[in-house]
Every structure is written in C-alpha cells, then in structure tokens.
Ligand binder design. Structure first.
Ligand code: AHR
Length: 775
C-alpha cells in the first residue's frame, strides 16, 4: 500500500500569503459585477472611444417624441461633463436598462436612488419654470411597478436628490423609469440605484452575493485593479483612454472620470482604490495594488524619463495614502474618506506583464524611490505574459539587478503544459526574488482543468521560491465575456462557482502557516502521455490576414539526409492553409524559406508536428498584433507558448529556418537564432502530494489525476491527531462543468473519519482532489 508519512515537527518553510485572488475589471467584473451599482451609464459618459457601439445614451431608452439630448455646456464638474437635458412635457420619460436582462431587485428590499438634477436652464430661454417634479419607478416584469416615489426638483444648479425605494416585488428584468410629471427643462446626471444591502452594508459598496463568494475563498491577498487594465492606455491622465491612475479613482463618485476600460467597455471608477482597500480589509485579504510603470507595451509608448518622477510620486503617494497618518497629505486624505486606521499594505506591484526595454528602463526609478522611503514594502517586478522567453528573462534579470522582492509571472496554458511543467519552479533560487504567480489558469472550466490545476498547486506549495499565487481571471459576467476561462461566472442575480473555484477554495481554506516534510513510499512511476521522443506530423503554412510570398522552400530530413524542394507559396488574406510537406516522420528535420509580406499587418504561422487541427506546434511569426515571434504548442485545441521573442514583421525580405531535433525546436531569422526551446512531454505522477500545518491542524493534500483509485495510509509523526475532515472533489466526468442550469454539479464533499494511532487509511478516488485536515 502507498504510505505517506507526514512529519509534523519538520517544518520546511513558511507559507505566508501563498494563496490569494486577482481582481481585474475585465468581463464587467466591476461595473455590472462586484460593484453594486444597478444603473448602466449612470452619468451619460459612455463614448465610442470605449466601444464602437457606445454613445452617451447607451443603456437608456427615451419616450417617443421627447425633446432630449446629451449636453456638455454646463457640466456637473470637469470630470463628469455629460448630462441629459430634457425639455419635458408631462408624461415624457427616460428609462435605464441596467445590466444583463435588466435591473435586479428583491421583494421587500431597499434601494438608494440618487440623482443630480436642476431645472430651468434659462440659457435656452424656453420656459421660466422654477420647480420640477419627477416620478421614479422600478418596473418589473410586464411593467409591474416594484417601487415608486416622487421627487421635487427645486434647484436651478445641479443638486443631489436622494430617496430610498422599497421594492414590493422581485424582478431580474427591471427598468428604472424617470417620468417628468411637470412640464419644464430638466438637466439630469449621475442617476444611481444601489441596493442598501451591499456587502458589509457599505454605501457605494459591493454586490453582497459576489463579495461573499470571494470572502469564502479566504484569500490571503487581493491583487488589483488589473491586468492589462493597468498598463494599457494613454499616458495623459486626462485623456478619455488614460492609463489607470489611482488618484483619479478616489473621492466623490460624481467627480471620478468615467472612461475607457481597455476591455472595450466603460469603467465608472466607482470601484476605486479606496473601495478596493476597504474591500480587501472586509474580506481579510492583504491589498496588493498594481500601478503602471509609465510604459504601455500594447502601444509601445512610455513617459519620457525626465517626466517619470510624476509616476514614481504616484506610487509613493499611494503608499502614503494607505499607511500614512494625519500629518501626511495622503494619509489625511484617507482619513477624510473615512478610514482612520492605516490599511495593512505590504506589497506593491509596478507594471503588469510589460515586455520591452521601455519598462525595464523605468522600473528602477520606482524601485529606488520606494525602497528609500518605504524599505519594508515588498516591490513586485514583472515577467511578461508567458512562462518563458524574452520578456520573462528580461523581467527576472531586472528583478535580480534591482533587488525586487518578487517577480509577477503570468501564463495561461493547456492542461498538457501544466502536466509537463509541474517542476517549473523546483530549481528557482529561494534566496533570490520570490515568485508571485500573479495570473495563471489552464484553458477551461472543466473538471479536468480544475484537477490539473490542483496538481500544479501541490507543486507550487512545495516550491521554495514561490511566495504568492492567484488564479485569473476571477470574475465574468456571462453577457459580457472578454476572456475565458474565469473562476466565477455571474449575471445580474445569479452566480456559478466553477470547479476551478472549488479547487482554489480547498487550497486557500486549508493552506496552513508552514509547509512540512512528508515521505511517500510505494508510489508508482510517473507516466508519460506521449511516447515519442521526436516531433512528427505534417508541416503547413497559414497567412495571418496578409498578402505575401514564400519561396526557396527547402525541407531537409536531417536524419536520413533527404532534401526536398517545395513549390513557392502565395499568401492571401483569406487563404486557409498551404501544405508544404506532408507526413514528416523522422527525428531531425529542418525547413527554410524566404518570406516577404506585401500587405497586411501581421505575418504567418508555420505549423509543424501537426496531427490534426487541434494538435500541432506553431511558429507564430508576427503573432499577437505583430508583436511576437513565438513557438506555441496546441494540445487538444488549447495553446501554450513555449518560446517568446518580441518581433514586428515589416514589408521586407526575411530568411527563416526552423530546425527540429528530437523535442528541441530552434528558429533562425536571417541567420540569427530566435527561438530555442524544447517541447516537454506531459506526464502524470502517481499522486500529487503536499503537507502543511498551522497551530491547530495538519493538512495533507492529495491529487489523483489517474483513472484508478489508490489506497493510501497517511501516518502522522509528531503531535497526536484524533479526527480528520476530508474535503474532496471526485466522481465527476472530466469534461463536466458547472453551468447556470446546473450550478451544483461539481462541488466538494466533506467526510470525517477517526484517526487511529495517528494514521488513517483512505481510498483516493480516481480523478480526485482530496484535502485532509487533521485535528
Ligand atoms: O487575465 C486576463 C489578462 O491576461 C490580463 O489582463 C493580463 O494581465 C493578461 O494578459
């Protein structure tokens, strides 16, 4: 029988803040998500720069014949310049449609309605009406009135009117209707409807159900606010498409700009840095803010070095905002906003997966200034969007050179990549910068994805250099999907916790304070999922929306010394696939050719090792918006980047060569080595195990990725335990997923067992995740 001996007194390392969460306003995670505002486009600020389909009346509906327009000439303030101006007859109305199917209100629940309004816009010399009156209704299914009130508007300058509405019935298809019941000229702005029942009852707070699901994870930290959200955008912080600047996100919500979110929608910034800090405190997570480093890798633009001081100052001011006392400018600002005590700030991230020298030239300015003033703050550098390659190496080099405390790594890969890279961190220097795995996921929300991630987490827990890790993305509104998979799906009233969520929860809830030693005996050998040591399959070429030519194509079977000349290829934007060489079945081969693009923005993909459309390897020449020269492995339709170089294809001639020797892959561009990598074979270990403890409990986590159940005896060495709670995921189809129609299909089960003589015998189910908490 397999034996796992757990040495309770043999601590290996402190686990610290290992497991946390990453919140980004992607997939409408904030507006229309965690941020509880029920009105979409509340301040008429939506704009085509956010999304081609937007205008300032997006999500609004106006009654037929109404004389209304969005104006900017006498704005509420300089941040919020649009408002709706209505020259109203009695009975005219405007309606807000909310998010998803509409506004969700519950029966017998209270909602805070507020609006900035004024009447008698005398500039237009229409009527001299001194007061106005509006009726505010929440309409439900079939226009049933859920709640209703009347507000007198008696100001001729913008003033805030606020009332509480009590909903008499439930709807998830609600509308907010404002009817003008007195003739007049009205200007309206910042139309807001908030549930009173927010998480922890906070005004301008979070949707309770989503917040609770996050709290139940018990994350040790929360990284925010992004993601690409942080570094994509204009360097001018007053531009509508500005990069994320935290100072613009605090204070009165009507004075925060509502501007472009790089995920192609609008962000109100109602969920701003103060709210993020408070929320972290409310869920017991340490805040881990990320600030831009003055460089936008999407557009390749950076603030000039002589102006970097302003950006560095933003970082220093943020730390002061979080931790300073009343004698400091920003500490005082926090106190004014309502938080007397400092927030517990320990980490700060500079940059998010930037690649390119532009970032690494700027990072040292931040690092030096922060360390000089706040030596205890841990600074996080960044290592690009892949687990390897040019950006990754540059991030680590910069982190080592500058003495960064941590390096933020990101990767989204196939389950097969995770199976092949379980030992990715084993050899990382535990005395160098620590690893912050700030974004990772295997592509998918199936049970299989989740259990593979669980296996990977057992290795993260044991890797000496890994300090922090969080799955990404966290939240997705099902009607506004930018990215998937995601950990939690929701709409305007419902939530689906994925299998991936439950894995994260099982690990976070049972992290322990220290990793402890275990010994496993009688385990079977690791099994390779590919038994070949070469990369065989067909070779083909696909253009990436370009017109171009490929000529002088020579294929060499190096092993058998055979050379084939292949006919020239023309690439067209709509071309599908050009087969050059079929059925490569040799250990070593190469293909070389000349390439020139005549029109288009990107390049092409050279596909090799191709078994079928879902299983192949790709040299992406001018991939991702013409930024990359990558090698990507596609396994069962899901891609993993295994080599990355920054590269822009131009309309010039290139000489390209691919060499495959065994599992090693090299590319040359104009004779220069560009990619040099190996396609690792995915493999499955007999069992994936890790052990930890805290003051009260001893934890053992066992993941079984095989189709066989396995009996194990867990022996505890050290303090006496008498009971074990086992939380487990098992007995589920590998392709199964939780959905809105079947939310509970996959969820952990709990069993309790007595522990006799400090040992327990347990049948580890096939394809299962098992977390033992001994007490
Ligand atoms: O998590 C989704 C996106 O993936 C993040 O915004 C970015 O950092 C990464 O590329």
């Amino acid at each position: 029988m397999r034996e796992i001996k757990v040495y309770q007194n043999d601590k290996i390392k402190e686990l610290g803040d290992l497991y946390g969460i990453f919140f980004e306003d992607i997939n409408h995670a904030a507006d229309g998500g965690l941020y509880a505002e029920l009105i979409q486009n509340r301040s008429f600020e939506f704009d085509a720069i956010d999304n081609d389909s937007y205008d300032s009346l997006t999500a609004w509906e106006l009654s037929d014949g109404i004389q209304a327009s969005v104006q900017t000439d006498r704005p509420l303030n300089k941040e919020n310049i649009h408002y709706i101006s209505v020259c109203a007859k009695v009975g005219d109305y405007i309606i807000n449609k909310g998010f998803n199917s509409g506004i969700h209100v519950e029966k017998d629940s209270f909602y805070r309605f507020s609006i900035f309004a004024r009447v008698n816009d005398d500039k237009r010399e229409l009527e001299n009406v001194q007061t106005g009156k509006i009726e505010v209704e929440i309409l439900g299914d079939n226009n049933e009135i859920c709640a209703k009130t009347v507000i007198d508007i008696d100001s001729t300058e913008f003033e805030k009117y606020e009332v509480t509405l009590n909903s008499q019935s439930k709807t998830v298809n609600g509308r907010l209707k404002i009817t003008f019941i007195k003739t007049g000229i009205y200007d309206l702005d910042m139309v807001s409807l908030f549930p009173m029942d927010t998480f922890n009852g906070r005004e301008n707070g979070m949707r309770r159900d989503i917040a609770e699901v996050l709290k139940e994870l018990k994350p040790k930290f929360m990284r925010f606010p992004g993601g690409c959200l942080v570094h994509d955008g204009n360097l001018d912080d007053h531009a509508r498409d500005s990069m994320y600047r935290w100072k613009r996100t605090i204070g009165r919500i009507e004075e925060r700009p509502s501007w472009r979110n790089n995920w192609r929608y609008n962000q109100t910034l109602g969920l701003g840095f103060y709210e993020y800090f408070v929320f972290c405190e409310d869920i017991g997570a340490k805040p881990l803010p990320v600030l831009p480093g003055g460089f936008n890798p999407h557009r390749g633009i950076g603030v000039s070095i002589d102006k970097i001081g302003e950006w560095v100052q933003d970082a220093l001011d943020l730390i002061e905002f979080a931790t300073g006392d009343a004698d400091t400018k920003w500490g005082r600002r926090r106190i004014e906003l309502g938080h007397e005590e400092p927030f517990e700030l320990e980490y700060i991230g500079i940059g998010n997966e930037e690649i390119g020298d532009g970032f690494f030239e700027r990072y040292p300015y931040f690092h030096k200034a922060i360390k000089e003033r706040y030596p205890d703050i841990k600074i996080i550098n960044t290592a690009g969007p892949f687990a390897t390659g040019e950006g990754y190496d540059a991030g680590w080099k910069s982190a080592i050179a500058n003495g960064s405390d941590l390096v933020d790594e990101h990767y989204y890969s196939s389950p097969e990549w995770f199976l092949a890279n379980m030992h990715h961190y084993d050899d990382f220097d535990k005395n160098g910068p620590g690893v912050f795995l700030g974004e990772y996921a295997s592509w998918g929300n199936t049970y299989y994805n989740a259990i593979v991630e669980a296996a990977y987490m057992t290795h993260l827990e044991k890797a000496p250099a890994v300090k922090l890790a969080c799955y990404a993305p966290l939240l997705c509104n099902k009607d506004y999907v930018n990215w998937q998979p995601d950990m939690i799906w929701f709409d305007n009233h419902d939530i689906v916790k994925t299998a991936n969520y439950y894995v994260q929860q099982m690990f976070m809830n049972n992290q322990g304070t220290d990793e402890i030693r275990y010994e496993a005996t009688e385990l079977e050998d690791t099994v390779r999922l590919i038994d070949k040591d070469n990369i065989d399959g067909t070779i083909s070429i696909i253009g990436n929306g370009i017109e171009g030519t490929i000529w002088n194509i020579i294929y060499k079977d190096i092993t058998n010394n055979i050379i084939n000349k292949v006919p020239d290829i023309s690439l067209y934007p709509d071309n599908t696939e050009n087969i050059c060489v079929e059925n490569v079945d040799t250990d070593s081969y190469s293909i070389e050719f000349n390439f020139k693009r005549s029109s288009g923005r990107k390049g092409f993909a050279l596909q090799f090792g191709k078994k079928d459309d879902n299983n192949l390897i790709r040299l992406e020449f001018g991939g991702w918006d013409n930024w990359d020269c990558n090698i990507a492995v596609i396994s069962n339709g899901r891609g993993s980047t295994i080599s990355h170089r920054i590269f822009h294809v131009e309309d010039i001639e290139y000489k390209i060569r691919l060499v495959v020797e065994g599992r090693r892959i090299q590319t040359y561009v104009n004779g220069e080595l560009y990619n040099d990598t190996a396609y690792q074979i995915p493999e499955i270990e007999d069992l994936y195990i890790c052990a930890s403890e805290d003051d009260n409990k001893t934890y053992t986590k066992i993941v079984n990725l095989t189709g066989d159940s396995k009996e194990v005896r867990i022996n505890l060495d050290g303090c006496e335990r008498t009971e074990v709670s086992i939380t487990r995921l098992y007995d589920t189809e590998l392709t199964a997923m939780n959905t809105f129609d079947n939310k509970e299909l996959i969820r952990p089960q709990l069993v309790r067992k007595p522990v006799i003589n400090n040992a327990v015998i347990y049948e580890v189910p096939a394809h299962s995740v098992n977390v033992f908490a001994f007490s």
